[in-house]
Design a protein around this ligand. Sequence first.
Ligand code: SAH
Length: 350
Amino acid sequence: MNPLSKLLNQQIRYNGPMSISQFMEICLLHPKYGYYTNSSPFGQKGDFVTAPEVSQMFGELIGLFLAQAWSDQKNLEEAVLVELGPGRGTLTADIMRVTKSIKNFPKKIYLLEVSEKLKLLQKSKLEGYQVEWIKNLNQIPPGPIILIANEFFDSLPINQYLKGADGWHERLIGIKNGELAFGISEQKLNIQSTEYFTHAVKGDIVEVRPSVEPIITEISNKISQWGGISLIIDYGCWDLKGNTFQAIKSHKYINPLEKPGEVDLTAHVDFSSLARSVLNCSISKLTDQGVLLERLGISERANILSRSLKADDLENHIAAHRRLTHPKEMGTLFKVMAILPKLSRMPLGL
Ligand code: SAH
């Protein structure tokens, strides 16, 4: 049993079973033993590789997409670039590099990041740029925002509800035979009957991510008032169903209750619930990552870059292109949704 398992065990013995969101929050963010507090999760040697870490092509194409979408709005106010959960800072660095000579592209960057360790990596990656770290979106000054969130929402805590014969119960984490184990709340829950819940049948699990609504409300308030664009990229789908709570360690799925604090805990993103929280703005069609990147010209970009590569570097480059776009890799699992001012023309690619 690792130190965080012991701590969780004690806490559950004292207070009773905990919700999955409480468990995720402790495992990911505990000041001493939390996953994001301690580890460097990204890269081939880490636990998972994100799209900007797969290839520079991802950030370059997203940067040009954002610049085009922003210039389509013909907004004369100065926009700022915002990234939620920037990891190693690679995506923002690639976006800034590729848009360097684009006149009205933001020069000021706001990063929302919880991990002090990752902040240090971001600082060194983004040296020379005007960067500010924020704890909350309301710290961004009034004005248009160009916001990007890649694999951010999946890391925000979820709760799960199970429809039993007698109604809804919450899935909780308790202790069985001395080990952490899933169970369900004894008492029935009085869940507001939204469309989300009414279609469920006995045995269904529904996931809810409580922090989505305040974040999306804040983003859509800014965009509806000042203009800009928000691009959300993550694994998930429209009308997500079932249990998607997962743990990844060294590129493999493991039981989410094993090794607390040592594994990345996430759940798929329900884009329909994100869309429901959008106020007074337009949303794009939910588009496959692979489709968007192909529409933005990733094959042409890949060809150009390949001309200067040989041997292993060329092989890796070809594999990266496939990884980002192929339906069996990240191409269809990852989806993209944009939030724009009401009645805007949809940007090229979406
Ligand atoms: N966008 C990056 C990293 C994705 S991993 C990439 O594509 O490579 C998730 C990121 O979100 C990490 O930087 C993590 O520290 C951050 N994060 C997770 N929960 C957060 C929270 N509640 N508030 C702010 N940042 C958070």
